[in-house]
Design a protein around this ligand. Structure first.
Ligand SMILES: Nc1nc2c(ncn2[C@@H]2O[C@H](COP(=O)(O)OP(=O)(O)OP(=O)(O)O)[C@@H](O)[C@H]2O)c(=O)[nH]1
Ligand SMILES: [Mg+2]
Length: 296
């Protein structure tokens, strides 16, 4: 997980440690760091911000030891996350009954699996969830959610292939409300290339459902695409928070940082495998620990 980004920081810290007394060489090294970061899914604007803040600290004379360098870097990276709103899913679910979440995301990112994972996570905390299959665009989508329902024991409300997704979502909420469910997790369609039709369809779902949260699911392995998708969905439909999937297989490392910086929305969870409990609450402190380990 994130091993290549960790390697970039490790190399930088090692090289910089021997150059701490040579300001000019250190500044040169920071320029190199910037390019290395960009090669690990850190967007250019983020890398540039890191480099300039680091250079400022050097100019100000506040980095004289390796420990200070590590501390400065850790605080810098953590700072991009701490400015974001904190969304605790369970907390919001407790305060909102019914609690309605619409999941957004393009094809194949792991959206449907993630909905089942979130349902299991909430069940473990005592919530009664129902999944609603409002992806009526592909016949297989209904079937997939049904399979997750059978495997997890989480109930599902299925729509008809070709039906209006907003009305499926609406009917699902009526159905679940009358049966005492408190959490509604709504799957939506995602095309390979998001288009105007899809955006209008999603907007309608949002208008009808009035979700407490709109959660975007992105696949870490798609790198910069994940960030582009996030910006697109946020600008067109609106996004409250993000779940990043397939982090177990993701070594580049920059996606969480870039998402936080560019999208400015919190990351709620990361997907860490194919099992239903392979979903972890995202902790930016753990992320920082992974990419810039503390000095021992
Ligand atoms: N390794 C790993 N695989 C994952 C993770 N999340 C989802 N997957 C896998 O990704 C594949 C696609 O997942 P789906 O949930 O069907 O994705 P989707 O976005 O709903 O896809 P479509 O509805 O087909 O567009 C499945 O094989 C999942 O098991 C994860 O966190 N880690
Ligand atoms: Mg799906």
């Amino acid at each position: 997980m994130f091993s290549k980004l960790r390697e970039v920081f490790r190399k930088f810290i090692d090289s910089a440690t021997s150059l701490l007394t040579s300001r000019d060489k250190l500044i040169e090294l920071i320029e190199e760091l910037k390019l290395e970061l960009v090669s690990r899914d850190v967007a250019y604007e983020v890398a540039e911000n890191i480099a300039s803040k680091l250079a400022e600290a050097v100019e100000a004379g506040s980095i004289k030891t390796r420990d200070q360098l590590v501390k400065t870097l850790r605080e810098l990276i953590a700072g991009y996350f701490t400015s974001l709103e904190n969304i605790d899913l369970a907390d919001i679910a407790l305060k909102n009954r019914p609690f309605k979440v619409v999941f957004l995301g393009v094809n194949g990112v792991g959206k449907t699996t993630t909905i089942a994972k979130v349902a299991v996570y909430l069940r473990d905390l005592g919530f009664k969830s129902i999944m609603i299959a409002a992806d009526t665009f592909r016949a297989a989508a209904q079937e997939q959610l049904k399979v997750h329902s059978e495997r997890t024991g989480i109930p599902v409300f299925l729509g008809k292939y070709g039906a209006d997704p907003a009305s499926v979502a609406y009917d699902g909420i009526l159905y679940g409300t009358s049966r005492g469910y408190d959490v509604f997790l709504i799957d939506t369609a995602g095309r390979m290339h998001v288009d105007v039709d899809l955006v209008n369809e999603l907007k309608k779902v949002v208008r009808v459902v009035k979700p407490n949260l709109k959660i975007l699911v992105v696949d870490a392995l798609t790198g910069n695409d994940a960030v582009e998708q996030a910006v697109f969905f946020n600008n067109s439909v609106g996004v409250d928070g993000v779940i990043i999937t397939k982090v177990d297989a993701y070594e580049e490392g920059g996606v969480p940082l870039t998402l936080a910086y560019v999208l400015k929305k919190p990351i709620l969870f990361i997907g860490t495998g194919q099992g239903y409990r392979d979903l972890k609450v995202f902790s930016h402190l753990e992320y920082v620990d992974k990419v810039i380990p503390q000095v021992k």
